[in-house]
Design a protein around this ligand. Structure first.
Ligand code: PCP
Length: 404
């Protein structure tokens, strides 16, 4: 094995991924065996998950745009849900149809793209669902390899985050980056008010003025100092209080809110960051106006999608524990429940009287992408709309019926 040229970062290149080089070796060997045996079998396969992380009743499908780009040019047909579609366990989100040896070595990359992106988008959606109208900003790029920061933040955004912190990520989603001030600026300026004054003097006026108030002194007194210094120009204060001083953050926020309101600074909003997730958001919502969420979204659990064969040469065939045959997922536009049925079956109306919509739609035909893939903001809007139709946690059985 010739050692590849030393590259600075331990990454596969776009070309290597596109060429199917990011493949578990047993797929490469299977292709070699089938080719040597002259076996070119037409196979249908589907991607679905049988479970979601603890008490998650739904997931958000993400990573689909990259899957489309990956499979373009390969002689196969692909149907899939829309990116941003909420799905439940046992609902196929994507299906492929083609000569197995043509696409087998892409399984690893297809699943990698969907599993991580959908985990991030779902966690972001859970945080946004918990926060309601309050802002949720993605602050997590520093927790992951910089090469995937744009992917992480793009999926945090389509999942529901109102903004992202990294400039490169913001470019990808065609949005302005969002951020406040780091502790470093306060430490170097030696004072919170000096730091926010310098920010106010130098940074573009369209950027909201947010003062970080936990670096040097007690948050309550720092909040009053910056509010008196900037008056109406101060949009918010950010509390990223270190865990060693955090005690009961709810009480700290309560005090800061009281003291600001008492002195006519009711317009100053409270932003919280550091260790935030959907349950902390639910706890702090009575006082917090916005959240910076890092680790819990960037390091979200992956969704365990599996890709399984369901038909061989047109015959329904599947491994044990898996239903064979091509399927369609129908979602009721009214009650939002779903049904998984054989692809040949066509459903019109739900028991509730609502109209059914078939969710698996053509994405790739004979290697050509046949769908206009929407921009991230449009995908995000459809996620926000769907979030209004579901509970944060799985209260009742999944709401997906599988019948034949
Ligand atoms: C980090 C930064 C992010 C926080 C942590 C994300 O704080 O401010 O907002 O936290 P999480 O990953 O727990 O969700 P520091 O590194 O302390 O602060 P800074 O770089 O802002 O000085």
């Amino acid at each position: 094995m010739v050692a590849p040229a030393r590259r600075p970062f331990h990454l596969a290149s776009d070309d290597e991924i596109k060429a199917g080089k990011v493949a578990d070796v047993y797929f490469t060997r299977t292709v070699e065996i089938l080719r040597k045996r002259g076996i070119s079998t037409r196979v249908k396969a589907e991607v679905r998950t049988k479970s979601l992380p603890a008490d998650w009743g739904w997931g958000v499908l993400a990573g689909l745009e990259e899957v489309a780009r990956l499979l373009e040019g390969i002689p196969i047909d692909v149907i899939a849900m829309d990116e941003g579609m909420l799905f439940r366990p046992f609902e196929p989100v994507l299906a492929l149809d083609g000569i197995y040896t043509e696409w087998a070595e892409y399984e690893t990359a297809i699943l990698g793209l969907l599993c991580q992106a959908s985990g991030i988008a779902t966690k972001a959606a859970r945080c946004k669902k918990a926060a309601g109208e309050r802002l949720v900003i993605s602050f997590g790029a520093r927790r992951m390899h910089p090469a995937i920061a744009p992917m992480i933040e793009r999926n945090a955004f389509i999942g529901g985050c109102d903004g992202v912190a990294v400039t490169k990520s913001a470019e990808l989603i065609e949005e302005d980056p969002m951020g406040t001030i780091p502790h470093a600026l306060v430490l170097i300026m030696g004072d919170t008010v000096e730091a926010v004054r310098a920010f106010h003097e130098i940074v573009d006026k369209k950027i909201r003025r947010v003062a970080l108030i936990d670096t040097l002194q007690d948050e309550k007194f720092e909040a009053l100092r910056v509010a008196e210094a900037l008056g109406k120009d101060l949009f918010a204060v950010r509390l990223d209080t270190p865990s060693s001083r955090r005690g009961d953050l709810f009480r700290i926020l309560e005090e800061v809110r009281w003291e600001l309101d008492l002195r006519g600074h009711g317009h100053v909003k409270l932003i919280v960051s550091g260790g935030i997730d959907e349950s902390e958001i639910l706890r702090l919502n009575p006082l917090a106006d916005a959240y910076g969420v890092g680790t819990s979204i960037a390091n979200a659990p992956v969704l365990n999608f599996a890709l399984d064969i369901i038909e061989i040469d047109g015959r329904p065939t599947a491994k044990r524990g898996k239903e064979s045959g091509a399927k369609q997922v129908y979602r009721c536009r009214t009650c939002f429940r779903s049904r998984v049925v054989p692809a040949a079956k066509h459903l019109e109306r739900c028991d509730c009287g609502g109209a059914y919509e078939a969710l698996l739609k053509p994405l790739i035909q004979k290697g050509r992408c046949v769908r206009d893939l929407p921009p991230p903001r449009t995908i995000r809007e459809s996620v926000i709309e769907q979030l209004a139709r579901v509970e944060l946690n799985a209260s009742q059985p999944s709401g997906t019926r599988k019948d034949y």
